[in-house]
Design a protein around this ligand. Structure first.
Ligand SMILES: Cc1ncc(COP(=O)(O)O)c(C=O)c1O
Length: 368
C-alpha cells in the first residue's frame, strides 16, 4: 500500500486538487471522501466503502439543514431574519446553526437531557439557543415532549419557522448530491447501508442512486427499542438513529431488509473502527459498520457496498468512548455475535440484540 500523501509527490504547480476554494462555508459542505474498510469487519479485500460524512463542517445533517432553510426562504415560508426552531438530538442542530449563520437567522434548538455536554457548548458557541425539555411525554417519549415544546416556541414567536426534519420532503431531496458523489466515486453501488432516524438520507440517497443502479439493495439499520420498523417503543440509549414516532420521511417501500442493533454491539464496532481504521463515529456509525461488515462477509465477490457514516467521533467521548459510561450501562461485553438473529416479521418478536428481517412494514400505514 502506498501511504504517501499525494501532495508529497508533486509540486503546487502540478497539483490538481479537487478541494474547493470556498467563498462561504456552505460551499464546504459535501464532496466527502469514501474510505475502504475491511478488517476486522470483513476479510481483507472483501470490505465496503464508508462515506465519511463527518468530514462536513458539522456532519451529514449540514446538507438537509442548508437545503431545508434555502427552500423555505425561496418559498417565502421563512422571512429574512426570522427565527428557526427545531427539535433535534444534535447533528441537525449543528447544521441549522451553520445555516443560521450563513443566512442570518437566529436558531432555537429544542432538545432533551440526553444531548451530550460537548454539543451544548458547541451549539452555544455557534450562537444557537438551547431549550431543554425536562420530562419525557408519557407515551411519545422525549421526541414527543420536544415536538410539543417546539409548537409552544412557534406559538410564542410569530414568523418563526420549523423545518420539521421528520416530515419535510426537503430533508429527503437534500441528499441528491450525496448520491451523485457516490456514483462519481464508486461508479456502481450494489448495496447501500443507511442508519434510519428521520428516514431522510436513506430515502434521498437510494432514490437518486437507483436512477443509476436500478438493482440497488437498500439495507436499513435501526436501534433496538425504536418504533420505526414496527418494534415496540422502549427507552433508547443510542442517539441519531431510531425514533419513538413514525416519521413520514421513511421510504418503507425502498428497503430490502432491516437490521436492529443493540448499544453494546454498536459500541464494539465504533471502538473497533477507531482502533483499526481510525475513521469512526458514534452510535449510528458503529451500527452501520457492523451491518456493512456482515454484508461484505456474506456477499458475492465484487459486490460493491456503500455505507453512510453520518458523523465523526467527537461528540461521543462521554458515551461510546467513555469506559465509565459504557461499564455503567453494560456495554463492554466483548464482540457481538458473528451473525445476526433473524425474524420473519417485525411483529413476530421483540428484539433485544442484533437481528435482521426481510419483511419491511410501515407500522403507521392506514393512520397517515
Ligand atoms: C448521527 C446520526 N446518525 C444517523 C441519523 C439518521 O439519519 P436520518 O435522519 O437521515 O434517517 C441521524 C439523524 O439525526 C444522526 O444524527
Amino acid at each position: 500500500m502506498d501511504l504517501l500523501l499525494p501532495h508529497a509527490r508533486t509540486s503546487p504547480a502540478q497539483l490538481l486538487t479537487t478541494a474547493p476554494r470556498c467563498q462561504s462555508l456552505p460551499a464546504a459542505v459535501g464532496n466527502t471522501p469514501v474510505l475502504w474498510i475491511d478488517e476486522p469487519f470483513a476479510k481483507a479485500g472483501n470490505g465496503f466503502w464508508a462515506k465519511l460524512e463527518g468530514a462536513n463542517p458539522g456532519g451529514m445533517k449540514d446538507r438537509p439543514a442548508l437545503h431545508m432553510i434555502d427552500c423555505a426562504r425561496r418559498r417565502g415560508e421563512l422571512a429574512p431574519g426570522a427565527m428557526i426552531v427545531e427539535s433535534t438530538s444534535g447533528t441537525l442542530g449543528l447544521g441549522l446553526a451553520l445555516a443560521g449563520i450563513a443566512y442570518g437567522h437566529p436558531v432555537t434548538l429544542v432538545t432533551d437531557p440526553g444531548m451530550e455536554p460537548i454539543l451544548h457548548r458547541l451549539l452555544a458557541a455557534y450562537g444557537a439557543r438551547i431549550e431543554l425539555v425536562s420530562e419525557p411525554h408519557p407515551t411519545g417519549g422525549w421526541q414527543e415532549a420536544r415536538r410539543q415544546r417546539v409548537a409552544e416556541v412557534l406559538a410564542d414567536n410569530p414568523g418563526a419557522y420549523c423545518p420539521d426534519q421528520y416530515h419535510n420532503p426537503d430533508n429527503v431531496s437534500a441528499y441528491s448530491a450525496l448520491a451523485m458523489e457516490l456514483v462519481a466515486q464508486l461508479g456502481r453501488v450494489d448495496v447501500l447501508v443507511c442508519s434510519v432516524g428521520t428516514g431522510g438520507h436513506s430515502a434521498g440517497v437510494s432514490r437518486v442512486l437507483r436512477e443509476f443502479c436500478p438493482d440497488l439493495r437498500l439495507v436499513g439499520v435501526d436501534t433496538i427499542g425504536s418504533t420505526i420498523f414496527g418494534q415496540p417503543a422502549r427507552r433508547r440509549l443510542m442517539r441519531g438513529l431510531g425514533s419513538s414516532i413514525y416519521p413520514r420521511n421513511v421510504a418503507y417501500d425502498s428497503f430490502d431488509e432491516v437490521h436492529w442493533v443493540a448499544p453494546r454491539e454498536s459500541v464494539w464496532a465504533s471502538r473497533a473502527l477507531a482502533a483499526t481504521n481510525f475513521a469512526t463515529g458514534g452510535w449510528s456509525v458503529g451500527a452501520v459498520a457492523l451491518v456493512a461488515g456482515w454484508l461484505a462477509r456474506n456477499a458475492e465477490p465484487d459486490t460493491r457496498i456503500a455505507a453512510i457514516f453520518p458523523d465523526g467521533p467527537q461528540r461521543y467521548y462521554t458515551t461510546v468512548f467513555n469506559d465509565e459510561y459504557c461499564q455503567a450501562h453494560g456495554l463492554l461485553d466483548g464482540p457481538p455475535p458473528t451473525d445476526p438473529a433473524e425474524i420473519s416479521h417485525p411483529l413476530a418478536a421483540e428484539v433485544t440484540g442484533w437481528t435482521r428481517c426481510h419483511t419491511v412494514i410501515d407500522p403507521a400505514a392506514g393512520t397517515r
